[in-house]
Design a protein around this ligand. Structure first.
Ligand SMILES: Nc1nc2c(c(=O)[nH]1)N[C@H]1C(S)=C(S)[C@@H](COP(=O)(O)O)O[C@H]1N2
Ligand SMILES: [Mo]
Length: 421
C-alpha cells in the first residue's frame, strides 16, 4: 500500500542534517528497509536530485490509496463523470433526513427539491469559512501512514446548518458516489455533537476540496471528500454526495464490517524508515523513522537494541522492560513541500502562528514527526532493533490501546547484524 520509497524521500531532508551533525553519514550511506543503498555523501547517486526536493507533506499522487468500486468511480470516462456528479461543474451534495429515522429539518438540501449544494455554492461558503490543517491519512488496518496532507475545506456544520435541522438528530450518516450500486456503497458516520462542536484544540470536520493547495483529484476523493481530523481513514469518505441527518443512535459505518473499531481515534506510534542491515563493530549506526502523532500527543521516541538470542520475558507482552533509549524528535522542517509553492505553507493554517508561520506546538497532533538516533560502540552480534513512542500521557506504545482493529500500532522490530572488525 504505502510506497516506502516516496516516504523515504520526504523524510531524508530532515534526517540528513541530524546525521551529518552526529558524524554518522560516512561512505556507507543510508539504506532503505529493503537494504538498497540510497546515497553516499561522496558519490553521485541517481536519487541525489530527488533528495534535494525532499518533502514533509506527501505529494498527492504519492499517497497510498484505499479505495473500492467496480469500476473505481473516478476512472469513468469524462462524460460519465459529468453525468454522475463526479466533476466540480456537476457535483451536488444532498443533506436530507434519513428515511429510516428522520431528523426534523426545515430546509433539506436535495436534488429533488433543486436545493442541493453545488461546487460554486461550496466555494461561496469557503470565502468566509474555509479552514486548513495538516493531517495524516492512515488506514487503521495499515502498518504505516498513507501520507500527510494539508487539507482545506468548509466545516461540515456550516452546511448542516444550511439545512435547518430542528430536532430528532443524533448522528450524521454520509457516503459517496458508488456507481449507484448499494453493494459498492462506502459509508461512515459521526455523532452530531462532534460535527456541531469541536472539543478544545481540535480541528473541525470538513467538506474538503483541496489537498496541498490544489483541488482534490478523483484519486484523492474529489471533487469533495469528508476529512475527519482525529479519525482513521475510513471516516474520511471520498466522492462525497449525500449526508443524512438521522435520529438513529448507532454507527452505520461500512468499516464496522471486518471487525473494525469504528470509534477509534488515531494512535501514536513509531516506524522505522532507515536502518542498516549490517554494520561493522566500529561504525556508527544511523537510524531514522517517523512517528504518527495521535490523540494523546508525542513526548518521546525510543529505540531498543536487543541481542537476538536473548529470550524476551513472558511477563512483559508489551516490552515495557526493554533497555529503551531516547531518539531525537527532529524540529519542524523549513520546506514543507508536498507540492506547495516553494515549500511554503499558505496563510491561516490551523496550529501555526499567523505572524511567524511557525507551528504553535511541536510535535503536532495528527501530523508526522521525524526522528533519528545514532548508536555507537555496539559489540559484534545479531540484534533485534525496535522502536516505540511515549505519548504525552507518558504511556508507551502499544498501550494504552494495543488492539489492532482500533489501528495497528504494534512495536516494529527489524534485524541488525554487527560484524567483528
Ligand atoms: N468512497 C470511498 N471513500 C473512502 C474509501 C472507499 O473505499 N470509498 N476508503 C476509505 C478508507 S478505508 C481509507 S483508509 C481512506 C484512504 O484515503 P486515501 O485513499 O485518500 O489515502 O479513504 C476512505 N474513504
Ligand atoms: Mo482504511
Amino acid at each position: 500500500m504505502r510506497d516506502l520509497d516516496s516516504l523515504w524521500m520526504e523524510h531524508q531532508g530532515l534526517t540528513r542534517r541530524y546525521l551529518l551533525r552526529m558524524g554518522a553519514l560516512g561512505a556507507m550511506g543510508l539504506a532503505l528497509p529493503s537494504g538498497r543503498a540510497v546515497f553516499a555523501d561522496d558519490k553521485p547517486d541517481p536519487l541525489a536530485e530527488a533528495i534535494r526536493k525532499l518533502e514533509y507533506f506527501t505529494q498527492p499522487e504519492a499517497f497510498g490509496t484505499v479505495e473500492r468500486g467496480t469500476p473505481i468511480p473516478y476512472t469513468h470516462p469524462v462524460e460519465k463523470l459529468r453525468e454522475v456528479g463526479m466533476t466540480r461543474e456537476t457535483w451536488k451534495l444532498e443533506v436530507i433526513p434519513d428515511p429510516d429515522a428522520p431528523a426534523k429539518m426545515d430546509a433539506p438540501l436535495s436534488k429533488e427539491l433543486k436545493t442541493a449544494l453545488d461546487f460554486d455554492g461550496l466555494m461561496k461558503l469557503a470565502e468566509k469559512h474555509a479552514v486548513r490543517f495538516p493531517k495524516i491519512m492512515t488506514c487503521n488496518n495499515g502498518g504505516s501512514p498513507l501520507g500527510m496532507g494539508l487539507w482545506e475545506g468548509v466545516p461540515l456544520r456550516t452546511v448542516v446548518w444550511l439545512a435547518k435541522p430542528q430536532s430528532d438528530l443524533r448522528r450524521v450518516f454520509y457516503y459517496g458516489y458508488h456507481n449507484d450500486d448499494l453493494k459498492q456503497r462506502f459509508q461512515s458516520s459521526l455523532p452530531v455533537g462532534r460535527v456541531l462542536e469541536d472539543p478544545p484544540g481540535e480541528h473541525p470536520v470538513i467538506l474538503c476540496y483541496k489537498l496541498n493547495g490544489e483541488f482534490l483529484s478523483g484519486k484523492r476523493g474529489g471533487p469533495v471528500r469528508m476529512v475527519v481530523p482525529e479519525a482513521y481513514g475510513f471516516k474520511s469518505v471520498k466522492w462525497l454526495q449525500r449526508i443524512m441527518l438521522t435520529n438513529a443512535p448507532y454507527a452505520n459505518d461500512t468499516y464496522a464490517n471486518g471487525n473494525n473499531d469504528v470509534d477509534s481515534w488515531m494512535k501514536t506510534f513509531a516506524r522505522f524508515i532507515s536502518h542498516p542491515a549490517t554494520v561493522a563493530a566500529d561504525a556508527s549506526i544511523p537510524i531514522t523513522g517517523l512517528a504518527q502523532v495521535g490523540i494523546s500527543g508525542l513526548k518521546k521516541v525510543q529505540v531498543w537494541l536487543h541481542p537476538a538470542e536473548q529470550a524476551l520475558s513472558p511477563d512483559d507482552p508489551y516490552l515495557n522492560q526493554g533497555a529503551w533509549r531516547d531518539a531525537e524528535i527532529l524540529a519542524p522542517p523549513k520546506n514543507w513541500a508536498g507540492g506547495l509553492p516553494e515549500g511554503k505553507l499558505p496563510e491561516n493554517v490551523r496550529g501555526f502562528d499567523p505572524k511567524t508561520g511557525e507551528p504553535q506546538t511541536w510535535p503536532m497532533r495528527y501530523a508526522l514527526a521525524h526522528w533519528a538516533v545514532v548508536l555507537k560502540d555496539v559489540a559484534p552480534g545479531k540484534y533485534h532493533l525496535r522502536c516505540r513512542t511515549i505519548d504525552a500521557n507518558d504511556v508507551a506504545q502499544p498501550l494504552p490501546r494495543p488492539f489492532a482493529k482500533s489501528g495497528r500500532n504494534s512495536i516494529q522490530q527489524v534485524d541488525l547484524m554487527v560484524t567483528a572488525k
